[in-house]
Write a protein that binds this ligand. Structure first.
Ligand code: SAM
Length: 278
């Protein structure tokens, strides 16, 4: 089937709280497509009724992605256009969508982004933490073993860390973060962004842990952001230099530099400027 007879899969961002954040383009696409694939049809019906749109909906969520994908692809191939939405924010960002997007791309069906809000970018943009480089971790594993391994891997990460978290697990998560990243690491928690109880808390992991576990009225949705390792430990320069000097006595400067980077977790640039490349 030639490309111009297929429909288009629109990946549509929807509000993360405030309905006014639905973009005019998203509204237009939701109105124009033949079908909307929604993570939760009831919730999406609510959004559609707020903009006066009535549309056929089909459920597409984490438990039926594999079954629904061929159904959606068949419709797209028969020239029906489909909008994919999740409950809130950007589809595929800790939300369903990857299976159908991949399948559509493989079938040469146009996949078009209608970007909108995401808790990830909304939270980062008000955090005051470095946004030059960051790592999006989504939800940490629930089970203690895998969670420990994940956090151990992240303990030396120098980029800003971003996690999604639910209210039930927030205290445990803050405790685990303290344990692995250290109680003094600077962090920011963005809660209920764009909603009535929107708030942004800043402090060390220890301070935030205390504050969140003491607040029994704490409710809502949260993004937890933690400063990267380097930013909070500028005092460790002497340790970086010490490791480098020890190594440089035994091995060539270039190798000593590379090893210092992996042992201390400091960036290559930082090791270089501290030691002036040996
Ligand atoms: N796809 C969504 C996005 O682009 O942000 C994320 C979906 S994920 C299943 C839901 C998580 O996103 C929540 O548990 C919370 O961590 C975060 N989240 C969603 N809305 C939020 C809001 N208004 N304020 C803070 N965090 C939010």
């Amino acid at each position: 089937m030639s490309k111009d007879t297929t429909g288009t899969l629109y990946v549509v961002g929807t509000p993360i709280g405030n309905l006014d954040d639905l973009s005019p383009r998203a509204r237009q696409v939701l109105n124009a497509v033949g079908l909307i694939a929604a993570e939760d049809t009831r919730r999406t019906r609510g959004l559609l009724s707020s903009i006066g749109v009535k549309k056929r909906l089909i459920a597409y969520h984490g438990h039926n992605e594999a079954q629904q994908t061929p159904v959606l692809i068949a419709k797209l191939l028969s020239s029906e256009s489909i909008a994919l939405v999740s409950d809130a924010g950007a589809p595929l960002i800790s939300d369903p969508g990857l299976v159908v997007v991949r399948a559509a791309r493989e079938a040469a069906i146009p996949v078009v982004s209608i970007p909108g809000p995401s808790a990830l970018t909304a939270a980062l943009s008000v955090s005051g933490l470095s946004t030059e480089r960051f790592v999006f971790e989504g939800f940490l594993p629930r089970r203690p073993g895998p969670r420990r391994s994940r956090l151990a891997l992240l303990s030396r990460e120098s980029r800003t860390l971003v996690f999604y978290e639910s209210v039930h697990r927030l205290p445990d998560t803050l405790e685990a973060l303290q344990e692995h990243l250290g109680p003094d690491r600077l962090a920011v928690i963005a809660r209920e962004l764009t909603k009535v109880h929107e708030s942004v808390y800043e402090g060390t992991l220890a301070e935030l842990g205390k504050r969140m576990s003491g607040d029994i009225l704490m409710k809502g949705e949260f993004v937890v952001m933690v400063a990267g390792n380097e930013i909070t430990h500028p005092a460790e320069d002497s340790e970086v230099t010490r490791v480098y000097e020890l190594l440089a006595k035994e091995i060539p400067a270039k190798k000593a530099l590379a090893l210092t980077v992996s042992i201390t977790g400091a960036s290559r640039n930082r090791v270089y400027s501290l030691t002036r490349g040996g």
